[in-house]
Every structure is written in structure tokens, then in C-alpha cells.
Design a protein around this ligand. Structure first.
Ligand code: COA
Ligand code: AMP
Length: 632
């Protein structure tokens, strides 16, 4: 198929309002919009003001009412518990309507926040859709975060109710969630009135009388509840993501723009038709999980796969191929790190050839920069187009992609191809001026952002302005750096802030440093993202001890590693820390983290001209060599 990308992009660029009005026709509205976009208060743009809809109605009821009730909506595949369940659209709707009744009975009202701290089970998607159904605002917290991180989110979102489960099941251990939840509520200043707990047989939770209620028992008494009408501009959810400090940013997603953008993306970016099986192998705690495990595929009438397992070890590197062949998956979406994990255990693809993958049409990768080796390996092994695409929690759907539904453009490994219609992506110099093709700069998106992107941060308009809108007036700052080549292909190379990307998970080195600095023996510290063959980057901590500390270094580093696990969570994968005599700084006292990273990665570096004492760089080189850096 000849690509229509240029024509579609041009059509959007010449008249964005008509473009999105046309896309919005695919959505079910209780009431149509007064205007497509309200641009009266830039940079606070609002999409489809005046319109009313219900996100859950668009995901479920609509399909049931239009003859798709018996189509499979969700396939739960759980190699870690050895179970599988398929829900048709009618079955999923019945569960959702009933659990909506539970939340209403427990006092949740339109506009209330509900935190969902859950593993990868269907009840997580059900709880999200229930919130959408009754107009409550959900905030899903990834299960790999510790109690302290959950407490921070509870304080910011002030939920009326929390939905959780007794445990998660990881590859070789059961992770009890309830003690973490109880600890988080203890730590938080905002106290939810009620918790609803899904008791899983792998580990039963202790329930607090009058505060914790059993999911199954609650369902037994519930009466199904209908969809409420919400404004297109009402928030659907808050999703916290790493900022530059220990306080995460509450990215807000609205109902109307979100539904329009995701529906458009399923057909035009991912190239799937209703009824086809779409699998995003991610976690519902991340933006990918929100958009492409739950909402996007259901809006579009697809069958979504909800997978509780890993690419390797559950039980082997053939796990993905088994699921694809058994469920006729058409499109797989995952992070490059998953493929690096598979490649490491099955370099010549023996497991791939054990399965019939003839239904697989396209593989999409995102979440971190995709190294060309991984992309080419996947392409060779699977024999399908492998598409690197780029987006952020903030945008909620891809910014740069090769739009399969518009006909693929030639793939250039290392590039996420071109800006998706809706996004006017520019590369700016420090002065905010656009810089020529081929030159590295700051990647920004000309305002307004398209529907589906964050309208603001939860309760923090000023931080929204400061973080994203003030550096380059008229543009959204992505905090990614890279370039556009002469043909308009985008090359996203790195972050411009102190965010690192560990196995596709976004972490703030600042947040990790806050934990290390709170240790009584630590005078100062720096965390960098060291290159890692599997996870892309892993955090590496360098600490200077206070004068007079004589305790063994091994003991102190072990304590620090434990502290990060306990306060941030296992997701940080913080396993390497080294005590150094001094940290290299500029004359104004700024730690030169970029140079430390280059030393750790074994890359050439230039001594920063403003460095205070260049000899410290040699000390750091020796200290890192002593713990095996740069890695061979
Ligand atoms: N609840 C509790 N703990 C969790 C968890 C959860 N929901 N999710 C992860 N963890 C824990 C893991 O058990 C692990 O703990 P450990 O250090 O004790 O082993 C730690 O958090 C890190 O988890 P993870 O990042 O998943 O690393 P891993 O080593 O277990 O697996 C990969 C590595 C590459 C296989 C895995 O990261 C992966 O599949 N990534 C690609 C898909 C993806 O999720 N991408 C996200 C964005 S698209
Ligand atoms: P998150 O908000 O967790 O989705 O992380 C977003 C960040 O991940 C982006 O700002 C990028 O730094 C990085 N990222 C995501 N996808 C890609 C990609 N395809 N190429 C390069 N970087 C990516």
C-alpha cells in the first residue's frame, strides 16, 4: 500500500479543527461539542468543550448495543498463575456495571478520585472502566512502587477509596500488596475512607474491619450501575510520572480528547481493524497500559490481551510466541528491553520457530530508545515490520511513528520515523530558535497539543507551565533531545533532564538521590543512568561519606540499596552503589553527571572547561573500574 502519510499530515496541518472534528465522528457522544478547541486561554487548551460522553460507554456498551456482545474483548493470560480467562464484551460489561454498583454503594461520586494499586489482573481494567463509568477519576499506581511512593500519590490525589489486591505474582515470588497498602495509608496524611481488596489465592490479605471490603463479597450484594454523562473536558484519570524531584507529576487525561485520539490511533497508527487481537505487553500502571491495554483497543472493538508474566522466565523465552500463536495476535506492542531479554536467552530464535506466528502483522516498540541491533534482530526473526515509535506519559499516544494504517514509510532503524498527524514537532536550540536538519537540539511540539495529551497537571497548573510551557513560549518542551534529518525523520537520542529509563520504566535520578542523601553517613551523592545491555540503563549511585565515618563501605552500600528498594520500590532496580572520595563538580558546584555517565559507559569525554578539579575524574574512573565499569 502506497503511504498516504504526507497527504494526511498535510490535511491535518492545513485545518486541525476539521481534522479532529472528523475523527471525533467515530466516538459516541451524548451531546456534541460547541467548539472543537477552546484556545482562549493558552497554553491551557481544551478539546471539544460543551460535549458530553462516557468513556466506558465507548469502550463497552456501544459494542454490546451494536452486535458485538459476543466478541472477545479481553484475554487474560497469566503464566505466573497458570490461568487464562476470556471475557466477551457482554461479560466484561456485566462485571464493570456490577463493580460500578459497588463503588457507588461505597460512596464514590462523580469527580472523586479512586486509587488503583493492582497487579496485572482483569480486575484492574475493570476498576479503571468502572471509574470512567461513574465519572470518578482513577489513578493507577504501578505495583512495583514501594509504600512511600504510594503514600505520595495518595496525598496528592486524595482518593475517597482505594482498590487493591492481596498480592502480585512475580516470576519466582509472591509480592504481598496489602502490607504495602496499609503502610502507605499509615504514612499518608490523606486517608481514604474505604479499601476494596481482591483476595488472590496465592496470598490472602488481612482485612481491617469496617475499612477493608472483599471484592467478591461486595459484588455479591451489588446492583449494576449505568454510565453517567461527563463533560469531554472532565478528567478521566491522573497518572503519576517521574519529574525531576522526588514528587511525581500527576498527568491529567480528559475524557473527550482521549477517546478521539486513541480511537484514531488504533486504525491509523497501529493499522488494526475492529475484531482483531491487539497485545500491548506492558503494565496497566504505565501510560502504555492505560492507552493500549485498556482504552484504545476497547474503543476500537479489538480483543486486548492482558498478560501477567514476563518475556522470559515464564517459563521460557517462547512465552510471547505462545501467546501470539494461541490467540492470533495481529499487533504486538512492547518495549525494546523485552526483546533484548528474549534475544539474550534465545539468540538464534529457536523458540520463535516452535510457534505459528503467521497472524502477526506488525511489532511496535516504544518506551525507550530502540537500539538498531535489537530492531534488526526482531525484524529478521519475526519477518514482520518492526516499528519504533516515540511517546511520553504526558502525550498518552504516539508523537513520532511510522503509521501502519496510512501505509508504511521506509523504516530507518534508530529513528521513530515522522511526526504523527496532530503533532508539529520542532528541534530548537537553547535560544528557542529552530535549528537546521541533522543538528541535535531540544525537541519541542508547537502548541496546541492534539487531543489526548495532558491538559494540565493535577492541581498544579503552575508546575504544568513551569515544567513544559515556559522554556520555549508557544511550544511544549518534551525534555528529549535529538534531531530531524533532511527527510523529516525524527531521531530521539536522550533526555535533557535527569530522567533515566530503566527497562522502559521512567525514573528520576533526583528522587533516588533524595533517598541516598537521607542516609546518616552520606554527605553528598549523585545517581546516573549507566548503560545496560538488558535494561537500557540502570541507576548507579556514587556517594561521598561524611568525615569521620569508619563503618565498612560494603555495609553502607548494602543499606543504601535496601533503602531505595524500600522507599522507591523494586522497580528502580537500584543494585549498584560505590563510595568515592569526592564528586567532580563545576566551579559553581554543579556535579558533572554527564561526564560521570560517559566514564561509566566507557565513552570518550572532554574535560568540562568549568570543572573545578579535573583530577577527580581520574579518581572516579578508578573507583568505577574497581566495580567493573565500564562493562565489557
Ligand atoms: N509488583 C511488584 N514488584 C514488581 C512488579 C509489580 N507489579 N513489577 C516489577 N516488579 C519488581 C520485579 O520483581 C523486579 O524485582 P527484583 O529486583 O527483585 O527482581 C523489579 O521490580 C524490576 O522489575 P522489571 O523492571 O520488570 O525487571 P525484571 O528484571 O523483573 O525483568 C524485563 C526485566 C526486561 C524482562 C522486564 O522489565 C520487561 O519485560 N520489560 C518490558 C516490558 C515493559 O513492561 N515495558 C514498560 C513500558 S512499555
Ligand atoms: P514514559 O513517560 O515513561 O513513557 O517515558 C517517556 C520517555 O521515554 C520519552 O521522553 C523518551 O525519553 C523515552 N522514549 C519513549 N519512547 C522512545 C523511543 N521510541 N525512542 C526514544 N526514546 C523514547
Amino acid at each position: 500500500m502506497e503511504s498516504t502519510y504526507d497527504a494526511v499530515y498535510g490535511r491535518w496541518l492545513s485545518d486541525p479543527a476539521s481534522f479532529w472534528a472528523e475523527a471525533a465522528e467515530a466516538v459516541h457522544w451524548f451531546k456534541k461539542w460547541d467548539r472543537v478547541i477552546d484556545a482562549s486561554r493558552p497554553p491551557f487548551y481544551r478539546w471539544f468543550p460543551g460535549a458530553e460522553l462516557n468513556t466506558c460507554y465507548n469502550a463497552l456498551d456501544l459494542h454490546v448495543e451494536t452486535g458485538k456482545a459476543d466478541w472477545p474483548a479481553l484475554i487474560y493470560e497469566s503464566p505466573v498463575t497458570n490461568s487464562r480467562k476470556v471475557f466477551t464484551y457482554r461479560e466484561l460489561l456485566d462485571e464493570v456495571a456490577l463493580f460500578a454498583g459497588v463503588l457507588l454503594r461505597r460512596g464514590v461520586e462523580k469527580g472523586d478520585r479512586v486509587i488503583i494499586y493492582m497487579p496485572m489482573v482483569p480486575e484492574t481494567a475493570i476498576a479503571m472502566l468502572v471509574c470512567a463509568r461513574i465519572g470518578a477519576i482513577h489513578s493507577v499506581v504501578f505495583g512495583g512502587f514501594a509504600a512511600n511512593e504510594l503514600a505520595t500519590r495518595i496525598n496528592d490525589a486524595t482518593p475517597k477509596l482505594i482498590v487493591s489486591a492481596s498480592c502480585a505474582v512475580e516470576v519466582n515470588r509472591v509480592v504481598p500488596y496489602k502490607p504495602l497498602l496499609d503502610q502507605a495509608i499509615e504514612l499518608a496524611t490523606a486517608k481514604p475512607e474505604v479499601c476494596i481488596i481482591l483476595q488472590r489465592p496465592q496470598e490472602l490479605a488481612f482485612m481491617i474491619d469496617g475499612h477493608d471490603f472483599d471484592w467478591t463479597q461486595e459484588m455479591a450484594y451489588a446492583r449494576p450501575a449505568d454510565c453517567v454523562r461527563v463533560a469531554a473536558t472532565d478528567p478521566l484519570y491522573i497518572l503519576y510520572t517521574s519529574g525531576t524531584t522526588g514528587i511525581p507529576k500527576g498527568v491529567v487525561r480528559d475524557n473527550g480528547g482521549h477517546c478521539v485520539a486513541l480511537k484514531w490511533s488504533m486504525k491509523n497508527i497501529y493499522g488494526v481493524e475492529p475484531g482483531e487481537v491487539f497485545w500491548a505487553a506492558s503494565d496497566m500502571g504505565w501510560a502504555v497500559g492505560h492507552s493500549y491495554i485498556v482504552y484504545g483497543p476497547l474503543f476500537h472493538g479489538n480483543t486486548t490481551v492482558l498478560y501477567e508474566g514476563k518475556p522470559v522466565g515464564t517459563p521460557d523465552p517462547g512465552a510471547f510466541w505462545r501467546v501470539i500463536s494461541e490467540h492470533h495476535v495481529r499487533v504486538l506492542f512492547t518495549a525494546p528491553t523485552a526483546f533484548r531479554a528474549i534475544k539474550r536467552e534465545d539468540p538464534v530464535g529457536n523458540y520463535i520457530r516452535k510457534y505459528d506466528l503467521s497472524n502477526l502483522r506488525t511489532l511496535f516498540l516504544a518506551g525507550e530508545r530502540c537500539d538498531p541491533d535489537t530492531l534488526l534482530w526482531a525484524e529478521k526473526q519475526l519477518g514482520v515490520p518492526v516499528i519504533d515509535h516515540w511517546w511520553q506519559t504526558e502525550t498518552g499516544w504516539p508523537v513520532g511513528a511510522n503509521c501502519a494504517g496510512l501505509g508504511l514509510l521506509p523504516i530507518r532503524p534508530g529513528s521513530c520515523t515522522k511526526a504523527v498527524p496532530g503533532y508539529d514537532v520542532r528541534v530548537l536550540g537553547e535560544d528557542g530558535q529552530e535549528i537546521p536538519a541533522g543538528q541535535n537540539g531540544n525537541i519541542a511540539i508547537k502548541l496546541p497539543l492534539p487531543p489526548g495529551c495532558l491538559p494540565t497537571l493535577w492541581n498544579k497548573d503552575s508546575e504544568f507551565l513551569e515544567s513544559y510551557m515556559s522554556t520555549y513560549p508557544g511550544y511544549y518542551k518534551t525534555a528529549d533531545a535529538g534531531y530531524k534529518d533532511k527527510d523529516g525523520y525524527l531521531w530521539i537520542m536522550s533526555r535533557t533532564d535527569d530522567i533515566i529509563n530503566v527497562a522502559g520504566h521512567r525514573l528520576s535520578t533526583g528522587a533516588l538521590e533524595e533517598v541516598l542523601a537521607s542516609h546518616s553517613d552520606v554527605a553528598e551523592c549523585a545517581v546516573i543512568g549507566a548503560a545496560d545491555d538488558l535494561k537500557g540503563e540502570i541507576p548507579l549511585g556514587l556517594m561521598v561519606l561524611k568525615a569521620g565515618v569508619v563503618r565498612p563501605h560494603d555495609l553502607i552500600t548494602a543499606e543504601l540499596i535496601r533503602m531505595v528498594r524500600e522507599r522507591v520500590g523494586p522497580v528502580a532496580s537500584f543494585k549498584v552503589a560505590v563510595i568515592v572520595k569526592r564528586l567532580p563538580k563545576t566551579r559553581s558546584g554543579k556535579i558533572v553527571r554527564g561526564t560521570i555517565k560517559k566514564i561509566a559507559d566507557g565513552r570518550e569525554y572532554q574535560i568540562p572547561p568549568t570543572i573545578d578539579d579535573p583530577a577527580i575524574l581520574d579518581e572516579i574512573t578508578a573507583d568505577l573500574a574497581a566495580i567493573g565499569y565500564p562493562r565489557k
